[in-house]
Design a protein around this ligand. Structure first.
Ligand code: PBG
Length: 360
């Protein structure tokens, strides 16, 4: 007996497989497309000249000095990428408790912004990360303060440092400044200082929903920004206050970045940043937080940005190198999933490689 005649079974009425029969058909009905202009490429910029420093934890990603960065930006533009996010990386001598180098107009980020603007005009949207962690000697995103309860990352004194940093970037030509520090009230502080200095046209992409994530590990190596205990603690120094709930130590960011267990709080953070004047909102990391992205999509009309972070990149690279999966397919699937969940834009270290290799 032939296998089809073995039993008398109901014939399917609905046949979704019809529309999956060929690549052309699948393309025709695909609900999500990732375009080059949906992608934002992150870059690490260092002082000096002729620098290309490969980052061991991020295979295929390097730190560039401004002169070697420009050809990379050209490459991005040629591939159809319209926006980049610039992160500054400085050496130990430039770091200080107050992170003053963050607002030095001769620092790597302001110089990169000025040069990129000069070379590419308005063809490339220039975004800059605004955060103190790469410039403070303790590696925290805000400034430290001694209190009767111990050493804390002080919210309000950090705001003026962040606002000055954002202003320096605006003066250097940034289109969009992007605070990633997670201090309360920083969007309002930055908005107010930009407006007061004539930069009302400079936008703010707020890292509104940024989780205290293990997936930032490789970035911290790239940026030399891992949080440390203060370099010279007084002998009786109380520990940095971490608080209860999963434990905390001076070398994590749990007192300011969000607890991965929380979702309602993400809506609150996003609403606050929107009210304070954010033009776009970010969720970060991406794949472990697609539920957050999808929920937020229903709560705001602002453009949503997802950061497919360093650890997510490194995981795919490692798995591909181990022969466990096909990198191109995994990257295409991941970026589509992030877009499907509600992201308008995706920051991804894979952006250029994905376009060059025609993975999308
Ligand atoms: C700075 C900052 C971090 C990232 C972006 N901005 C690191 C952190 O918060 O520790 C992470 C990006 C990535 O992992 O790719 N605050």
């Amino acid at each position: 007996m032939s296998p089809t005649k073995s039993l008398s079974l109901p014939t399917p009425i609905e046949r979704p497989r019809r529309l999956r029969a060929s690549g052309a058909l699948r393309d025709l009905i695909a609900e999500t497309h990732v375009h080059p202009h949906d992608l934002v490429m992150p870059y690490f910029v260092v002082p000096g000249r002729s620098e290309t420093q490969p980052i061991a934890a991020l295979p295929g990603v390097s730190r560039y000095s401004v002169d070697t960065l420009l050809p990379q930006l050209e490459r991005a533009l040629k591939l159809g990428v319209r926006a980049v996010m610039v992160f500054g990386v400085v050496g130990q001598p430039e770091k200080s408790p107050g992170g003053e180098h963050a607002h030095d107009p001769r620092g790597p980020v302001p110089v990169a912004l000025r040069e990129a603007r000069r070379h590419f005009g308005n063809d490339l949207v220039l975004m800059s990360d605004v955060c103190l962690c790469a410039y403070t000697d303790h590696g925290h995103c805000g400034l430290l303060r001694e209190t009767p309860r111990g050493l804390v990352v002080d919210n309000d004194s950090s705001l003026s440092a962040l606002a000055r940093m954002a202003l320096t970037h605006a003066e250097a030509g940034a289109d969009i400044v992007s605070p990633s520090d997670m201090m309360d009230g920083r969007v309002a502080a930055i908005r107010q200082s930009l407006d007061a200095e004539g930069h009302s046209g400079v936008g703010i992409l707020a890292y509104a929903v940024k989780y205290a994530s293990a997936f930032y590990g490789p970035f911290r190596e790239a940026a030399g920004s891992a949080p440390q205990p203060p370099p010279t603690p007084p002998p009786s120094a109380p520990p940095l206050i971490g608080g209860a709930g999963g434990g905390s130590s001076p070398s994590d960011r749990k007192t300011y970045q969000m607890d991965p267990r929380n979702a309602r709080e993400a809506l609150r953070e996003a609403a606050l940043d929107e009210r304070e004047g954010a033009d776009m909102l970010m969720v970060k990391p991406a794949l472990p937080y697609l539920d957050i992205l999808a929920r937020l999509r229903g709560h705001t009309t602002l453009p949503l940005v997802a950061y497919f972070v360093s650890g997510e990149y490194a995981m795919l690279k490692a798995a591909a190198r181990a022969g466990a999966l096909d990198e191109g397919s995994a990257v295409a699937e991941s970026l589509s999933a992030i877009k499907r969940a509600g992201a308008d834009l995706i920051l991804s270290y894979h952006a250029l490689e994905a376009l060059e290799s025609r993975w999308l």
